[in-house]
Design a binder for this molecule. Sequence first.
Ligand SMILES: [Zn+2]
Ligand SMILES: [Zn+2]
Length: 141
Amino acid sequence: MKINRNEQRPAVHPLTAQRRLLLDVMQRAGMHLDAKELYRRASEGSTNISLATVYRNLRLFREQGLIEEKHLGQMRCYYEIRRGAEHQHLVCRACGQVIEFESPLIRELVAEVQRTNSFCVTRVELCLEGYCNKCNEIGKE
Ligand SMILES: [Zn+2]
Ligand SMILES: [Zn+2]
């Protein structure tokens, strides 16, 4: 009689070349990319990648907790590699540039709000919209 051994299947999908390329592009960018910009950069490294592949993989990465999806201002959707450190965002309404910032004042504010409202805050997402230095200068002209 044969012993029926259960084949161990890997829980995580093996990274295909395209997936590795996409993660690599995001890591190297070190900033927020939207799907179209990610696609543009990825097609420089692989000619047969499609926008549909990019979207499919972004969904997968998100499910695996590798990246975060952020809706920052005007419904624009950005993706970034997940990091430990908490940070907030400034978004330019003209060029869409995203600037990250951190401030101990936010932690103080959250602590204060928690105390006065007896509310346990688990997530802080701050997105300030406006104009970056460059766009502000153009606006003045
Ligand atoms: Zn700008
Ligand atoms: Zn960010």
